[in-house]
Design a protein around this ligand. Structure first.
Ligand code: NAP
Length: 303
């Protein structure tokens, strides 16, 4: 079947790229400990017991341990009021052992997530969701960049050293993925179009893309007829769908089997964007630990 393989898109191996970044973050953390006596620390606030959030927080704690980053977990009952959460954030802002504060979303519906995020010290906002960091991102200034979007750009950079002039289409305009990805692509000198649920003829716009980032959260929305031949496709979507023969499986926004025959390079789901998020969180925590102390960014963690 060698002939068939030749015409298939290259797989972008998020697992391998994330593993390399995690090692770089661990090495930078070790150097910080040796030369400045600083152990970077990441605090996670988890309110209630959303099962997906529990898994994420557990994985994050393990990744921190492996990278030599101290991990602090703050679990609060689902009925905790906004005032108590804000008090905890204030305590963590003032705690010098804590370099990064992660507010695990979603918060219970009674809590104004924006009010909590706005209270986090922007210098410790390793999720990059604070309005100050959002402003830095759109102004093209140094700040803390949201983890999944940052991971997406790293995957793209593994394929394209220079993104200047590329026609990039972002499918989705959420605060956590679509918008920050668009800002990063713009900063990389792409020509950027954002497609959303009100866009007329999304397929025709996506077909123009040299680079397509699909973050709509709709399983297999993007078929082969949405793709320009040779495009680089980053599939951010994660949906759980029924599997043939019973049970469920994870699916991306892109019809992978069909797209692989048209695209030049593509990320799988799982194993593409997913592993990059925690790796970028570790990177952000080490960067925050350095910047808060007036130290320059470790060379290995620079863009
Ligand atoms: P979201 O907040 O639900 O946003 C989805 C966006 O897609 C919205 O802007 C929506 O448009 C747009 N959209 C929905 N259906 C569309 C359609 N048929 N045509 C065009 N646009 C459409 O989702 P999100 O938080 O950004 O996440 C997107 C996906 O990425 C989800 O599957 C999520 O699980 C996944 N994700 C993965 C990671 C990771 O791998 N680490 C991290 C975060 C998210 P409107 O704004 O007009 O409603």
């Amino acid at each position: 079947m060698a002939g068939a393989a030749v015409s298939e898109a290259r797989l972008i191996d998020g697992k391998a790229i994330a593993a390399a970044l995690r090692q770089e973050a661990a090495a930078a953390a070790a150097e910080l400990r040796q030369h400045a006596g600083v152990v970077p620390g990441l605090a996670a606030i988890l309110v209630g017991s959303d099962p997906a959030s529990e898994v994420y927080v557990r994985n994050k704690a393990r990744a921190c341990r492996e990278a030599g980053i101290a991990s602090f977990e703050h679990r609060l009952p689902a009925d905790t009021g906004l005032a108590s959460i804000l008090q905890l954030v204030a305590r963590l802002n003032a705690d010098d052992r804590v370099d990064g504060i992660l507010v695990q979303l979603p918060l219970p519906p009674s809590i104004d997530a924006g009010a909590v995020v706005a209270e986090v010290d922007p210098a410790k906002d390793v999720d990059g969701f604070h309005p100050v960091n959002v402003g830095h991102l759109w102004r093209g200034e140094t700040g803390l960049v949201p983890c999944t979007p940052q991971g997406i750009l790293r995957l793209l950079r593994s394929e394209h050293r220079d993104l200047a002039g590329a026609e990039a289409v972002v499918l989705g305009r959420s605060q956590i993925v679509g918008r920050p990805v668009a800002a990063l692509l713009l900063a990389a000198d792409c020509t950027v179009t954002i497609v959303h649920s009100k866009t007329r003829d999304a397929a025709a716009i996506c077909r123009r893309a040299d680079i397509l980032v699909a973050a709509a959260g709709r399983a297999a929305l993007v078929g082969a007829d949405w793709l320009k031949p040779g495009a680089t496709v980053i599939d951010v979507g994660i949906s759980r769908i029924a599997a043939p023969g019973g049970g469920t499986r994870l699916a991306g926004d892109v019809d992978f089997a069909a797209a692989r025959r048209i695209a030049g390079a593509i990320t799988p789901v799982p194993g593409g964007v997913g592993p990059m998020t925690i790796a970028c969180l570790l990177r952000n925590t080490v960067l925050a630990a350095c910047r808060r102390r007036g130290l320059s960014d470790p060379v290995s963690l620079r863009d």
